[in-house]
Design a binder for this molecule. Structure first.
Ligand SMILES: Cc1cc2nc3c(=O)[nH]c(=O)nc-3n(C[C@H](O)[C@H](O)[C@H](O)COP(=O)(O)OP(=O)(O)OC[C@H]3O[C@@H](n4cnc5c(N)ncnc54)[C@H](O)[C@@H]3O)c2cc1C
Ligand code: HEM
Length: 369
């Protein structure tokens, strides 16, 4: 596999500098050959926002050993059914990928490069197709928004009732599309509750900067709107066999999967101490504190520590939640669950490494792609 990996890297380096143009050409080839495929992609598709080319190049280059990533690729294939991707599309996309690199690499391109990309793409595509083929579930579920509450300027908590049962495990995430406001744009969100008998799912969403989907979910979505939900993914789940005490570290709406895990624990835990660290910039962003405090008052095994990094009069801890966790402890024997923005997760993992928490005991979800 070493040779194949170096051929892939070498050939991509010939066109990397012209990525935007390569992407433009790539999509033009696809849509020329298969005009119907245009309908699978978002309405506004300036090249920078087009994810597919970047995603494939990253996948082909990083998944040097596709066997190791078998489960990830099968899940990706299953998940692609939500885009209405059909098996015959894989060949069109693979062909366009190689043609566009060849077009921009010019004379430096070689037949070995063609072969390397064709081989690597074929292995990945076959795993994705196998995953899609074996999936007994629908490509996506429709759900109705049955509650929507603004908790702060940028944060909303809403509840969706799927029209068919959608099975998931506490701590997982799933992708969501809101066709009324942002058709064909899917983003991942984590249900904030453990599975319920009535099948409803709560979501906690923060509208980020110029975010397309999150701002629609927070500011425009209303009760009665329909959303689409795709199959759950992710492995930040509880190991029921573990007897270790647990620490949950959440930044902002990173609280969502943590709350789901907590809710699962309330159904069976009697023996494990559980510590929740919940951080945000200002107290307004600690949008679910009332509910967390209610849980802590009811379950003696649960403690909650809050921190604000940018609210000097906040009566709880001051500073980044990653630093606050480090002040407590020792944590060497605990199971850790970390969730929040890319920056927050990275800082927390760094801290935990300094505190010598073994990485096998840490599960995390980062909101960055
Ligand atoms: C596994 C996983 C689970 C997630 N769960 C949740 C959840 O439960 N609740 C939740 O609110 N979000 C969650 N997210 C983040 C969510 O998927 C979107 O990335 C987020 O809502 C932004 O989407 P958007 O379409 O609004 O922004 P985009 O249109 O994709 O991005 C617009 C701009 O905002 C920037 N940007 C994107 N994300 C952030 C960010 N987090 N902070 C600052 N700038 C950003 C981008 O770089 C870009 O410049 C999760 C992400 C992952 C990967
Ligand atoms: C080796 C093959 C492929 C790989 C590794 C791959 C990978 C990915 C990844 C990682 C994403 C981003 C994840 C997401 O938004 O959920 C993505 C998005 C997407 N993929 Fe694929 N993909 C492949 C083939 C295809 C094919 C054949 C099609 C059919 C046209 C397709 C259509 C899409 C679409 C429509 C999106 C969303 C694009 C957007 O939001 O701009 N993919 N792909």
């Amino acid at each position: 596999m070493g040779d194949l990996a170096s051929l892939l890297k070498e050939s991509w380096s010939l066109v990397e500098e012209h990525q935007d143009k390569v992407a433009g050409y790539f999509y033009a080839r696809i849509f020329l050959r298969y005009p119907d495929l245009r309908d699978l992609f978002p309405v506004q598709m300036d090249v920078q926002r087009a994810r597919l080319l970047g995603a494939i190049v990253t996948a082909v280059q990083t998944l040097e050993d596709p066997e190791r990533f078998d489960e990830y690729l099968r899940a990706l294939g299953r998940d692609h059914r939500k885009f209405h991707v059909e098996p015959e599309h894989y060949e069109v996309v693979g062909g366009a990928l190689i043609e566009s690199m060849r077009a921009f690499a010019g004379e430096d391109w070689s037949i070995e490069y063609d072969q390397a990309w064709a081989d690597a793409y074929a292995v990945i595509a076959s795993k994705m197709l196998a995953g899609a083929d074996a999936d007994p579930n629908p490509p996506y579920w429709y759900g109705e928004v049955v509650a929507h509450e603004r908790r702060s300027r940028d944060i909303a908590v809403f509840t969706v009732l799927p029209l068919q049962t959608l099975e998931y495990r506490a701590g997982q995430y799933l992708s969501l599309e809101c066709p009324r406001y942002q058709p064909r744009l899917w983003r991942t969100y984590s249900p904030a509750n453990a599975p319920r008998r009535d099948n409803t799912l709560d979501f906690h969403v923060r509208a980020v900067g110029a975010g397309w989907v999150s701002s629609a979910l927070v500011r425009r979505m209303q009760v009665g709107d329909m959303v689409k939900l795709a199959a759950p993914m992710g492995s930040m789940t509880l190991d029921r066999r573990s007897t270790r005490d647990a620490v949950f570290v959440a930044g902002g709406t990173g609280l969502a999967p943590i709350k789901s895990l907590l809710e699962e624990l309330t159904r069976y835990n009697r023996t494990r101490w559980v510590h929740v660290f919940f951080g945000a910039q200002t107290r307004e962003d600690l949008y679910d504190l009332a509910d967390l405090n209610r849980l802590a008052a009811r379950y003696p095994w649960l403690s909650v520590v809050t921190a604000c990094s940018d609210d000097p009069t906040f009566p709880g801890e001051q500073g980044y939640i990653s630093d606050v966790v480090a002040k407590y402890g020792p944590w060497k024997e605990h199971d850790f669950f970390v969730s929040g923005s890319g920056r927050m997760v990275k800082a927390t993992l760094k801290r935990l490494a300094e505190l010598q928490v073994p990485s096998v005991r840490i599960k995390y979800d980062s909101f960055s792609d």
